[in-house]
Write a protein that binds this ligand. Structure first.
Ligand code: FAD
Length: 496
């Protein structure tokens, strides 16, 4: 294609479709006509309610204020994810957002903690995490409201009602001129010469043409999968869960500012607290847990009474080998899926959109732009994949075929290299622009049972008494700051 893009058609009105509409309208509404087609008869996947901190940048770019966002999506604050029973039954640790303690020069805080721990002068690793301590005490406050604190801010994300979020983004997009069409796509027409998608044909007979198509059609992958036949790289040998049940339950009295991920036989359960309800679900491998057993496990482990029957969802973990092909960019479930253990899917939509805006063609779609988009997407998906596998791999449960298989099945080399490095000398490196920080990797590796054999030699520059004082002072700073925060419930109530 060697002409500029005048029309974009977004296919699908789930979270990814409306995120795409909002961002494209925010940047290009003056130059491009943007349409979105969705089928209210088909509906959306209806899950995807836990996020990670970069979502705040997404909202900032759109000019959405935190208080408005939380009110409109019945949202709550998320400071991390509490993993329960993952390494051994009864274990619990948090992947808390933000830093833990303070790095001294080149050596990360955890090296100091490792030595202090050996010397018996350190507490649990998370005792030095502002996020974890605030979460444990159900507290939250914007940092500017805490006098005299040494912290720049709490690194937080949100829990949100996905349906309300889509509604909010729809209103935003329509205000900027996005045209919504409710209709079911029956056929997809291709240009026989270029191989590009030319138009989609609706059941009503309406034909929608565009220069660029954004495939947000969910697991159906109408354009990227069905019409363009782009291969799906299956990762289920590494991440064997393939089904989920989702059920809302009544809101809890105490709204905890963190997600819970509770390991069970054959899978794990999520618990996402919102203002008006709690989102729950069980992610499982159908080869290890029957649907009936899964339903029983989920319903017998709810904290509050269920508000509906569990809804089944089937999925396959993996990714499209080309997420941008011809004149189709796929986003959301059509582009691939990594199970929701670390709440990364909406983030991947956000990243896809950022990449698309950066590579947006001015005068025709260049193959080199497509190649770069696909190269970056592949790296991003693979790094997140390894982080998720890590949780399954490092378990020491002996009485469960599912968990034994997760531990013993072959793993990507890239992951095994990281584990070896950390187990030997406590070192971990964030690679390129990968999402998860060193602190995130440290928490999951320590939480899942690795104690590195050594720490960085720079730590020995501190005298024993200095090391003890360093650890104690961080604990005092964290305690003092958390003590000044209101409860999370009070923070949410203050928004009304
Ligand atoms: C069990 C589970 C839990 C998850 N939890 C999280 C989480 O905690 N955090 C997170 O970030 N993500 C999570 N996700 C992922 C998240 O739900 C999705 O990334 C997100 O909802 C985006 O979905 P989507 O918009 O791509 O697809 P969908 O929501 O499925 O939307 C597809 C759209 O395409 C339309 N469509 C399809 N076919 C046609 C047709 N023929 N004609 C017209 N329209 C059509 C549909 O009507 C719909 O509007 C989870 C996913 C699953 C499966």
């Amino acid at each position: 294609m060697n002409h500029s893009i005048k029309n974009v058609l977004i296919v699908g009105g789930g979270s990814s479709g409306w995120m795409a509409a909002a961002v494209l309208a925010r940047f290009f509404s003056k130059q491009i006509q943007i349409q979105l087609v969705e089928s209210s008869e088909i509906g959306t996947v209806g899950v995807g309610e836990a996020t990670i901190p970069p979502i705040r940048t997404f909202n900032d770019v759109l000019g959405i204020k935190e208080a408005d966002f939380l009110k409109q999506t019945m949202g709550t604050i998320k400071l991390g994810i509490q993993f329960e029973n993952w390494s051994q039954p009864g274990d619990s640790y948090m992947h808390a957002f933000g830093e833990i303690g303070r790095n001294l020069g080149i050596a990360g805080f955890h090296h100091y903690w490792l030595k202090a721990r050996q010397a018996g002068v350190a507490e649990d690793f998370w005792r030095y995490s502002l996020n974890e301590q605030a979460a444990r005490h159900n507290r939250f406050a914007p940092m500017e409201t805490i006098p005299g604190t040494q912290f720049p801010g709490l690194t937080h994300a949100y829990h949100l009602d996905a349906g309300l979020y889509a509604q909010m983004l729809r209103a935003y997009s329509e205000k900027l001129g996005v045209k919504r069409i409710d209709g079911k796509i029956q056929t997809v027409d291709k240009d026989s010469e270029s191989g590009d998608i030319a138009a989609v044909q609706l059941e009503s007979g309406e034909r929608l043409e565009a220069d660029l198509f954004i495939d947000c059609s969910g697991f159906r992958a109408l354009l990227i999968g069905e019409a363009l036949d782009v291969d799906f790289e299956d990762w289920s040998h590494w991440l064997p869960c393939d089904r989920a049940l989702a059920v809302p339950s009544e809101a809890a009295e105490t709204i905890t500012p963190y997600t819970r991920a509770i390991a069970h036989e054959g899978g794990w359960q999520w618990r996402i607290p919102l203002q008006h309800r709690t989102g729950n679900g069980l992610v499982y491998s159908h080869r290890h847990l029957s649907d009936d057993e899964a339903t029983h496990t989920l319903l017998s482990n709810l904290d509050t009474p269920a508000l509906a029957d569990p809804r089944p969802i089937r999925f396959k973990t993996g990714r499209r080998v080309q997420q941008w092909c011809q004149n189709v960019v796929s986003l959301g479930l059509s582009s691939g899926f990594l199970e929701p253990l670390e709440s990364t899917s909406l983030h991947l939509v956000q990243q896809g959109l950022t990449r698309l805006i950066k590579l947006f063609p001015r005068n025709g779609i260049q193959p080199s732009d497509i190649e770069e988009y696909n190269r970056q997407s592949q790296i991003e998906f693979e790094k997140i994949r390894d982080f998720i596998i890590l949780h399954y791999h490092l378990n020491s449960k002996t009485d469960s075929p599912f968990w034994r298989m997760c531990r013993e099945a072959p793993k990507p080399e890239s992951l095994l290299r990281r584990i070896d490095l950390f187990a030997g000398s406590g070192r971990v490196f964030r690679e390129q622009d990968e999402l998860f920080s060193e602190t995130a990797w440290e928490q999951v590796m320590i939480g899942q049972g690795i104690t590195p054999q050594d720490y960085h030699p720079l730590v020995d520059n501190l005298e024993d008494h200095q090391l003890r004082e360093f650890m104690n002072s961080w604990q005092r700073i964290v305690d003092k700051t958390v003590a000044q925060m209101p409860s999370h419930n009070d923070f949410i109530a203050s928004l009304k």
